[in-house]
Structures are given as C-alpha cells and as structure tokens.
Design a protein around this ligand. Structure first.
Ligand code: SAH
Ligand code: TRP
Length: 306
C-alpha cells in the first residue's frame, strides 16, 4: 500500500496520522507549547533529569547517546554535559522525522564541546528502526517527552519490543512517562491560553494538503481537546463546522459531514501498573525509576531482556 492509500483509509476512519503534526512549523509550535505555563511536562521532566543526571550516567555508563524523536534536545543536553565530565569522546545521534527538530538539536548542542560528535538522522521511528546502525559501544537510547503516550497500547508494545530487539545486552533505554494526576491539570496542559496547541493541531491540515495535494479548508474546522477518563488519555480533534468533500488527485473523494470529528493525536497518562505491564510485554526490564516530588512524571531506565 502506498502512502496516499494509507492516508485515504486513515481519513475514512476519521484519523489524521500524527506524524504530520511535525513539519517545520509544527516543530516550532511544539517548542512554544513546551514553554507555556500550563504544559507541566517539559519542566517537570527537565527537573528530574537535572536532579538525577549523575545517577543516570553512573547507572548506564553510556559511551554514546541515541535519541528517538529528539525535538530540540534541550533536556538531553543536561545528560550530555554530565557524560562529558568523565568521557573524552561522546557521540550523540538525533533521530527525528522533522528536519526542523534536527536543526534545533544541532543548534542546541554544537557549541558544547569539541569532544562531542553530533549525528543527525531523519527517519520514522515506527518504520525505520530496524535499519539503524546499532553500534558497538554501550548505547543509551532516549525516548523523552511522553512520546510513548502518543501510541495506543498495541503500537507502544510493538515499538518498544522492536527497540528491545535491537538493543545490545549492555545498552540502556531512558524513557519519559507522564502519570495520571488531577484531570484539570492535565487538561489545561493541552489547552494553553496562548493558543499554541490549537495552531499545532490545525497545522496538520496544511501539512497534509501540501504533501498530498488535498483541499482541506482549515477554517472549516474547530480545535478541541477532551480527556477520555476511561482510557486516561487526552484526545485532540478537528471538528468539521460544515459538510465538505475532500478531493484526492486521483479523483477519489471523501465526504466529511458537519460535526465529524477527526482525531489528530492521543496522549496517554499511565499509572505504575499499566506502564510496567507495557515494559514487561515488550521484553524490557526496569533498572531504575526516577520521579518528581508531585509524582507528575517518571523516568525509567531499562534494559532489554532479549
Ligand atoms: N523529545 C522531545 C520532543 C518530543 S515531541 C521532548 O521531550 O521535548 C515528539 C518528537 O518526535 C518531535 O520532535 C517529532 O518531530 C518526533 N516524531 C514524531 N513522530 C515521529 C516519527 N514517526 N518518527 C520519528 N520522529 C517522530
Ligand atoms: N508528546 C506530547 C504529549 O503527549 C505531544 C503533544 C503536545 C500533544 N501537545 C499535544 C499531544 C496536544 C496531543 C495534544 O504531551
């Protein structure tokens, strides 16, 4: 199946593929979201990294870093600086689908030290993981920012299991997980007053229009966020204000009714039990757990059991 056919099926099922949120503009908007008062995730995860950087580096003894979906690498920078206190040479690879994210990462890290070598790899962590160079050195994989929460259960397990398969015995994975907490705190993180989340959401239509030559009319959609209590997940939607027809270049059409809701992203929140089950189903073993005083967010350091 080619990409257009996949997209067609997805839209028919009222889902827009998440990866299209992250073009240049989307990556910039994501950074803006991270800096809002409401978005507690980034600053909380950063505080945990800061507090436990020494411990994380001692426990993993990493000789190189490989970050999946790095964004701007701002939090990882703290760990890199810690590692460089003891290491003469360190390689950091940023693997991201967004060119802009790779550029931001490079800008953040390039002046740190001549002992740091930076590699940028543009790729899709769902499809391209099997092709990466697994290296010989003791590698620390990083998967921060609660990105695992953007996968449903089956995708999360298959992603982590694939990672577990390519991890060498001595490699570690550091993963950032957002926990269940007061629902109002969660909801406001995804509904910032400045409106960056709304722009981030609507930008997906521009990306899809440009890439597939479609004619979604951005102004005919409204942005909304709901917290699904039975699944403990944020759901982000674009709701059509009108009846509209989306024309595909191959002349196929998709009818969208007034009030139809297109899902653009989920963000799951976990408790200890649910996340531990995912790790064990993915053949990963927890070596260390780190969290903040409020227990808003956790970092897990894991090994492969394979
Ligand atoms: N780790 C950063 C960014 C998290 S946002 C932080 O903690 O702030 C998610 C990141 O994953 C973005 O940089 C986005 O471009 C990237 N991403 C999203 N889907 C991807 C995919 N399918 N393959 C690779 N990278 C992806
Ligand atoms: N990984 C981020 C998160 O789950 C992605 C994100 C930012 C997001 N803002 C969002 C997901 C709004 C859904 C809705 O927090």
């Amino acid at each position: 199946m080619n990409e257009t056919e996949k997209l067609h099926i997805s839209i028919k099922n009222k889902i827009l593929p998440t990866k299209y949120l992250y073009d240049d503009k989307g990556s910039k908007l994501f950074e803006d979201i991270c800096n809002t008062e409401e978005y507690y995730l980034t600053r909380t995860e950063k505080s945990i990294v800061q507090k436990y950087a020494k411990d994380i580096m001692a426990a993993s003894s990493a000789e190189e870093f490989f970050e999946l979906g790095s964004g701007s690498s701002k939090k990882t920078k703290i760990l890199i600086l810690e590692a460089l206190k003891y290491r003469k040479k360190l390689t950091y690879t940023s693997f991201d689908i967004s060119k802009k994210a790779l550029e931001m990462s490079k800008k953040e890290l390039k002046t740190i030290s001549k002992n740091l070598s930076i590699q940028l790899v543009k790729g899709d962590f769902i499809n391209d993981l099997k092709n990466i160079d697994v290296g010989k050195d003791r590698r620390l994989y990083l998967f921060l920012g609660s990105t695992l929460g953007n996968f449903n259960n089956q995708m999360a397990i298959s992603f982590l299991y694939n990672l577990s398969k390519i991890m060498k015995k001595k490699d570690f994975l550091l993963i950032g997980i957002d926990k269940i907490k007061d629902h109002d705190v969660i909801k406001s993180a995804y509904n910032d007053k400045a409106g960056y989340t709304e722009k981030f959401n609507k930008n997906i239509l521009d990306v899809i229009n440009n890439k597939y030559n479609l004619d979604f009319e951005k102004n005919n959609f409204t942005h909304s966020i709901t917290f699904n209590k039975s699944n403990n997940q944020i759901e982000m939607y674009l709701t059509s204000k009108t009846k509209q027809v989306i024309n595909f270049p191959n002349k196929e059409k998709i009818l969208i009714e007034q009030g139809d809701k297109l899902l653009t992203e989920i963000s799951r929140k976990f408790n200890d039990k649910t996340i531990k089950k995912i790790f064990s189903n993915s053949s990963l073993k927890i070596r260390k757990t780190y969290f903040d005083d409020n227990k808003y967010f956790s970092l897990y350091l894991l090994n492969s059991k394979l």
